[in-house]
Design a protein around this ligand. Structure first.
Ligand code: AMP
Ligand code: MG
Length: 388
């Protein structure tokens, strides 16, 4: 059994250069920026008014100024400001030569071409050229692009951005007992929930996905399906058939198809039989069929690998909280990820009856880690919760 953190390190350190494609900035939400980008133009590109008001020379210090011009956003001022003069100016407009202060309109009165200051203006109200960003400095490093990042890119004139190609993730569920939701169950059968669940987890990561459906526990049919999916996909997710039962054909089928097993069996709970293999430039996870295991192993291991494929390091969002009730466990040989919910700062471990108890995940908001060797965590302990 491989140490789960060692397995994570293998996944995160995989040498992988994602293909880069160029997409319109407006369509890059959720995509991974493929290379560091620099500031193209000073921001703002010219010194501009932060307020509607009157641009003047602060050294004048007087109360009455002759208005020589009106400057709107987008205008280029035609006249410089001399002593005793001002220009009426709108927010975002270029500061005229000679002016170093905007008296906001609320602190003034205007009549017959003259402006009178009615209240002292404490601020300059000017945003200097390059005050926010200077041309040439770092703008964005590779990361998942959010709405505000796209705004920043657009503000810098980037009409397109280089992003990592989106991997195609295939999903095959294995098990002769599986029926697709919508069909009638015969006795001994269950619905295939992992197919939908794994595709949804992949969708949440903005990757392309292809659900190949369920394949019965028949090595020939499994081999045919896996071979095709490995040729078509960057990453294949298999659920079920990966442990020690007579009908668990996944490891042998993969070997027969020429895949190299990178690891099989992790000291993790749930999800001990987890397998990771590679054939050429395609990768495959063999995930346990029990749906809680499938879910958690995707969350922790598959996610990390998919991030790697897209050129980023996965950084799960973590909050800290206080354990609501003492946790005890008999077997402390494996690292355990336990689903929890949050009540304010209180961390409540979900009572779940093992890895087939999928409905327990309805309430899950996060996962806690119980380390190898830890058989008890006291009520009131401070814990990190990895948010789902
Ligand atoms: P396995 O890993 O194939 O031994 O399956 C472990 C358990 O998970 C068995 O009870 C299976 O019936 C169940 N299971 C396997 N695949 C699925 C699936 N796609 N959806 C829901 N349950 C599954
Ligand atoms: Mg099975």
């Amino acid at each position: 059994m491989l140490d789960p953190d060692a397995a994570l390190k293998i996944l995160e350190d995989f040498e992988f250069t994602p293909r880069v494609e160029v997409v319109p900035t407006g369509e890059a939400l959720g995509r991974v920026l493929a290379e560091a980008l620099r500031v193209r133009v000073d921001s703002p590109p010219f010194s501009k008014a932060a307020m509607d008001g009157y641009a003047l020379r602060s050294a004048d210090g007087g109360d009455r100024y002759r208005i020589i011009e009106m400057i709107a956003a987008g205008d280029v001022p035609e006249q410089g400001i001399a002593s005793g003069q001002c220009s009426k100016i709108m927010t975002g407009a270029m500061i005229p030569e000679g002016a170093d202060k905007i008296v906001r309109v609320e602190f003034t009165r205007e009549a017959e071409g003259w402006m009178t200051v009615t209240e002292p203006e404490p601020y300059a109200n000017i945003i200097e050229r390059g005050e926010n960003l200077r041309a040439g400095e770092a703008l964005l490093d590779p990361k998942v692009l959010r709405a505000q990042d796209l705004g920043v890119l657009a503000s810098q004139g980037y009409a397109t951005v280089p992003v990592s190609a989106v991997p195609l993730v295939g999903v095959i569920t294995t098990g002769s007992e599986l029926r697709p939701p919508g069909e009638q169950l015969a006795s001994g059968q269950i619905y295939d929930s992992n197919g939908v669940q794994l595709c949804a987890q992949a969708q949440a990561m903005q990757v392309r996905r292809r659900n190949y459906g369920a394949v019965p526990d028949d090595p020939k049919r499994l081999a045919a399906a896996v071979d095709r999916a490995l040729r078509e996909c960057d990453l294949l997710l298999l659920s079920g058939g990966v442990s020690m039962g007579d009908l668990d054909f996944v490891p042998d089928v993969l070997k027969d198809l020429g895949a190299q097993i990178v690891f099989h069996k992790l000291a993790v709970k749930p999800g001990k039989p987890t397998l990771f293999a590679r054939r050429d430039n395609s990768f495959v996870f063999g995930l346990p069929g029990n749906p809680v295991s499938t879910f958690i192993i995707f969350e922790v291991f598959v996610k990390a690998f998919l991030c790697r494929c897209m050129g980023i390091t996965s950084e799960p969002r973590v909050v800290s909280g206080t354990l609501a009730e003492t946790i005890k466990r008999r077997d402390a040989k494996r690292l355990e990820y336990r689903p929890v919910r949050l009540e304010g700062r209180q961390v409540v471990a979900l009572s779940y009856h093992g890895s087939s108890h999928l409905s327990a995940l309805r309430e899950a908001e996060g996962l806690i880690r119980i380390e190898i060797g830890t058989d008890r965590i006291e009520e009131g302990s401070e814990l990190d919760v990895r948010l789902l």
